[in-house]
Design a protein around this ligand. Structure first.
Ligand code: PLP
Length: 413
C-alpha cells in the first residue's frame, strides 16, 4: 500500500485531464466559465457516475430481492457498490456498509437505536467544532437521560485535547467526533480520541463527511465503532453511508419493520433505497481508483485519494498565502503549515457582508458558499463577524487559475 501511494501522482496536468470527465465544468455564467469552489457543499460528478445511474434506470429499474433477472442483477450491483464503498473506507467487506438517504438521516437512526441503551446519568461527548449533523442527533440522547458535554474549540481552530482527556470518564458512553471540520478545515486527532474512548469503554462515532473526499480513510487504523460519510462529497450522488464495526450494529435495536432484514448492514436501512444512486456510488469509487496504482481497488483508491490530497493541499496553501497578503481579509482556522489540513479556506473581509461577497463572486461564475454551513457552533465560538464565513473548497478538478480568479475579485474590493 505504501509503495502504491508513492507511485501515484496527481498534479496540475492530471487535474486538467480529469476536467474532461465532468460535463458540468463546461458551463459558463454571464460569459464567465464556471469555477466550482463549493466542493465542501458537494462535488460535481464525473460522467462515469451519471452513466452508471442512467444505466440502472435503463436496465434495472425494479425492486430488490426479486426472483427475476433484472432484480437479481440489481442485487448483485448493490453488493458490488457496498464492496466498493468498503474498499474506499478500508472496511473488511460489504457487510459493514449500511446505506441511507444522507449522513444526517443515518445519524438520527443510529441515535434512536443508541437511545435504547442509554441510562440516566450516562455521558455523551460532542464537540464545539462539528457540523450540526454530528451534534443534534447525539444531543437528542438527553431525552433518554444522558448528560451532553462539549469538547471546547480553541481560538486557533483546533480542539482542546487537554479538555477532551478530562471530559472522557468512566461515565462516558459515546464520543461523537468529526474527522475534519467543514467550516474551517481542521483535521482532528482521531487516534487520541480512540485511545481515550477505549480506556473509558465508550463508543467512538466519527463523522468523515468532510474528511473522506480529501484523505484516505482506513477504518482499521482508526477502529471507530461507527463512521458516517456522504457520497455526494466525493464525486458520487446523494447517498449516506454508515460503516459499523463488526458486532456494533448487531448490538443495537434500530427502528425497523418486522419484515425487514435483521442482519447487518441492512437492519438500520428502512424503506426502499435509491437504487440507481447506490450504483452511482460504486462508480464514483471506481472512478477515483482509476487515478491510483495498487494491487487491488482498495490500494488504488487510497493511493489516488492520497495523491489528490497533495494537489488540493497545494491549492489551499496558494489561496491562503494570496489572501493573507490582502488588507481587511481575515483567514479562519489553522494555517496550511499543518501537514493534515483539509483544503478548505474560510475567510471574512472587513466591511463586507459574506452573502453579498458570495453573490459578487457568483456573478463572475465563481461558486463559493457563505454562512455557517450548518456548523453554527464553531462560527459562534470563534466569534466570526456577522456569523458568516466565505468558504472555498478545492476538489480534484480545481485549478490554480480558478483560485487566482477569486483572489482578483477580492483584490478589487
Ligand atoms: C462535516 C459534515 N457532516 C455532516 C454533514 C451532513 O451530511 P448530509 O448532507 O449527508 O446529511 C455535512 C454536510 O455538509 C458535513 O459537511
Amino acid at each position: 500500500m505504501r509503495a502504491a501511494v508513492s507511485e501515484t501522482f496527481f498534479g496540475a496536468a492530471e487535474s486538467l485531464r480529469c476536467r474532461a470527465d465532468f460535463s458540468s465544468l463546461g458551463r459558463s455564467f454571464g460569459g464567465h466559465p464556471v469555477a466550482f469552489l463549493d466542493g465542501p457543499g458537494g462535488t460535481q460528478v464525473p460522467n462515469a457516475v451519471i452513466d452508471a445511474i442512467a444505466d440502472c434506470y435503463r436496465n434495472r429499474n425494479v425492486n430488490t430481492h426479486g426472483n427475476f433477472p433484472p432484480s437479481v442483477e440489481l442485487d448483485a450491483r448493490h453488493l458490488a457498490a457496498r464492496a466498493a464503498i468498503g474498499d474506499f473506507l478500508g472496511a473488511s467487506g460489504p457487510e459493514r456498509i449500511s446505506i441511507g438517504q444522507n449522513m444526517t438521516s443515518l445519524a438520527f437512526a443510529l441515535s434512536r437505536a443508541l437511545g435504547r441503551t442509554i441510562k440516566k446519568g450516562d455521558e455523551v461527548l460532542i464537540t464545539q467544532l462539528d457540523h450540526e449533523a454530528n451534534r443534534g442527533p447525539w444531543r437528542l440522547l438527553q431525552e433518554n437521560g444522558a448528560i451532553i458535554r462539549e469538547v471546547p474549540l480553541l481560538a486557533t481552530g483546533a480542539l482542546d485535547y487537554v479538555a477532551m482527556k478530562s471530559l472522557i470518564t468512566q461515565r462516558t458512553r459515546i464520543v461523537a467526533l468529526g474527522c475534519s471540520s467543514n467550516a474551517i478545515g481542521t483535521v482532528n486527532d482521531i487516534a487520541t480520541a480512540r485511545k481515550l474512548t477505549r480506556a473509558a469503554g465508550a463508543l467512538l462515532i466519527l463523522d468523515a463527511v468532510h474528511y473522506a473526499p480529501h484523505f484516505p480513510v482506513d477504518v482499521h487504523r482508526w477502529d471507530p465503532d461507527f463512521l458516517l460519510c456522504s457520497a455526494y462529497k466525493f464525486y458520487g450522488p446523494h447517498v449516506g453511508i454508515l460503516y459499523s464495526r463488526a458486532g456494533a450494529l448487531e448490538a443495537l435495536n434500530p427502528d425497523r419493520l418486522i419484515v425487514q432484514d435483521n442482519a447487518a448492514p441492512y437492519r438500520i436501512e428502512t424503506g426502499t433505497l435509491n437504487h440507481a444512486a447506490i450504483e452511482g456510488v460504486g462508480a464514483a469509487v471506481d472512478y477515483l481508483a482509476g487515478f491510483g496504482r495498487g494491487a487491488s481497488r482498495r490500494e488504488a483508491v487510497h493511493a489516488a485519494v492520497a495523491a489528490i490530497s497533495v494537489y488540493e493541499h497545494a491549492l489551499g496553501k496558494l489561496l491562503w498565502s494570496e489572501l493573507e497578503k490582502l488588507p481587511g481579509v481575515r483567514l479562519w482556522g489553522l494555517p496550511f503549515t499543518q501537514a493534515e489540513r483539509a483544503p478548505t479556506v474560510s475567510f471574512t473581509v472587513a466591511g463586507h457582508d459574506s452573502a453579498a461577497l458570495a453573490r459578487r463572486l457568483g456573478a463572475v461564475g465563481i461558486c463559493v458558499w457563505d454562512g455557517d454551513f450548518y456548523a453554527p457552533r464553531p462560527v459562534e465560538v470563534l466569534k466570526v463577524p456577522g456569523s458568516a464565513l466565505i468558504r472555498v473548497g478545492f476538489s480534484m478538478y480545481n485549478t490554480a487559475e480558478e483560485a487566482m480568479r477569486l483572489v482578483t475579485v477580492i483584490k478589487e474590493l
